[in-house]
Design a protein around this ligand. Sequence first.
Ligand code: NDP
Length: 330
Amino acid sequence: MSTTFPAYLISKTEDGQSTDLCTISTDDLMDGDVTVKVEYSALNYKDGLALTGKAPVVRRFPLVPGIDFAGEVISSENSQFKSGDRVVLNGFGVGEVHSGGFAGIARVKGDWLVSLPEAFTARQAMAIGTAGYTAMLCVMALESHGLTPDAGDILVTGAAGGVGSVAVSLLARSGYRVFAATGRPEEQDYLTGLGASEIVDRHEFSGKAKPLSRERWAGAIDVAGGNTLANVLSQMNYGGAVAACGLAESMDLPTSVAPFILRGASLLGVDSVMAPLEKREQAWRRLEKELDLDLLERMTVEIGFDGLPEAAEQILAGKVRGRTVVKIPD
Ligand code: NDP
């Protein structure tokens, strides 16, 4: 029996795509072996690109956007999940090539789901969302490189954004001295409240990078790419490492080999979308233990379903602070 529910639907048009808030039915969903009642979703940078059509994130039409969601299993043909289970989903092409979380109901492959950690409500899981889980993947990448708090200062770019806010709070709690790079000096109190030791003006990193500059960072988490990442690389201490996950400034990387061959710096790529299940579960377990839920609440804003189009424009304009959760209507 089919059920109807509200959803955003992105359709192809002659000159691009259109995004509409409408009512669809379970018959409109794509194939999958687990059906989930979505309670919360979140607005990520990629969702902003998908909803506005400013980059070709959506590659199958018509499609429900929303790259992550948390909720309760309604029905399952997958042996790992049963009706009533609490689950969370990040990535795997959901919201890009498979209908996602901006809808009352989602149908996905059970292999893409992670059990919702007991410590979190659906809202908290989405306050973390893909951005927060990616921040943890970045921390794990730096640790795998051997980074420890006594190695020196750590830089987080895009610090007032979603990945940045969670990264600052996780690193500070682990004892790192965190420098938060932001273009929003008015967020100084917010960032020091999350644990940043120093605030750095992001414009220090926006000019053309020299091959090498003064050594400043034992490690860094970069969400910007472009000149920012090139400058950060040129400032790495001998043997330092940058975990790079984003392109908020640019997809380009105008750097040279100098940081790698003269300072032994490492560039660690971080992808959350196709990360293997074991790594995802490890990241969620660590978030459960290490993320301060009071700080998480401080970085979270909740919006209603109809607020998504406006919030999508805001996140692309770099005006969204921290994380935005979306309450999905019943
Ligand atoms: P947000 O929009 O929440 O944060 C991005 C932040 O980057 C902004 O808040 C701003 O921070 C900073 N920024 C924006 N424009 C520029 C610019 N031109 N130069 C330097 N800094 C800039 O996005 P998210 O935190 O959700 O995502 C950040 C990036 O990471 C995105 O590119 C996203 O696509 C990517 N990402 C990648 C994932 C992966 O799997 N690899 C997963 C999740 C995200 P401030 O105002 O403090 O300067």
